[in-house]
Every structure is written in C-alpha cells, then in structure tokens.
Design a protein. Structure first.
Length: 141
C-alpha cells in the first residue's frame, strides 16, 4: 500500500444503501425502495437493522440505532437489513446516514418516478450507495 494511503482510508464500507425505483404490484405504481444493510454477514441470523427515519422537505435521514433479532428466528446467514418503500418522493434529496458511532455520511440524489441518480457523494464514505436495483448484489435478494 502506498505511503500516502492510510489503512483507515482503505477500509471497506460498513453499510450498503440501495435507493431505487420499484414497481409496486399491489398499487400498480412506482415507489422509491430504500434498503440499508450491513456489509458484514452474520452467521446465525439475518438481523433487522433498527433505524429511525425522518423525512423532511428535501432530506431523508436514517439513523442506525442497532440490531434487532428477526421476527422469525429460523437460522439463516446474511446481513442485518432495513427495508422500506416510500411513495411520492420526487426531486433532489439529501440523504443522511447516521451510524451507531455518531459518524454521518451525506449524499445527494435526484428522484424521478423511474430513475434515481446519485448527484453527490461524501469524500470518505462508510456507506456504499447503489441507485440501480440491477446492480444490487446482496445475499438476501
């Protein structure tokens, strides 16, 4: 590793965030699907990621509170995950992810009914952002 790159800068993201359009078959229209999951895979259970969410005009904040045991306690390996579909989001939003340790990552995205574009990323992200569901590779999908 070159001397100007520290080990801390070379670390992999701790979380992955998918923000992508999703066609809701039940309502027959597009929603914005948000999936936040750990990059770490847990061997015993697929834990739920406990997240406090806040949506204001122009911003979406997801504060990671910790882990919850799954509703079904069947053994299965996988990442801890939070998933939610949002209806009616359009325009440019600042997405803020607050980690358990107090760190924050802030992203800017542009949402249209059928496309989401990453406009701006943080310089030192601990969250990897994906805006195209076809590029989302997860052990649980």
């Amino acid at each position: 590793m070159p001397a100007h790159i520290s080990a801390k800068e070379k670390t992999e993201p701790e979380y992955r965030l998918l923000v992508a359009p999703h066609f809701a078959e039940r309502t027959l229209h597009y929603v914005t699907r948000v999936i936040l999951e750990t990059t770490r895979t847990f061997a015993t259970f697929r834990y739920e990621l406990s997240v406090e969410e806040k949506i204001d005009a122009g911003s979406i904040t997801l504060s990671i509170l910790g882990f919850k045991t799954p509703h079904l306690t069947l053994p299965a390996a996988g990442p801890a995950r939070f998933q939610k579909d949002y209806d009616g989001l359009k325009g440019t939003y600042t997405v803020i992810i607050e980690g358990i340790d107090g760190r924050e990552n802030s992203f800017s995205i542009r949402i249209t009914p059928k496309k989401i574009e990453l406009v701006k990323s943080p310089r030192k992200p601990f969250v990897q952002v994906v805006t195209d569901a076809s590029r989302w590779i997860s052990p649980t999908t």
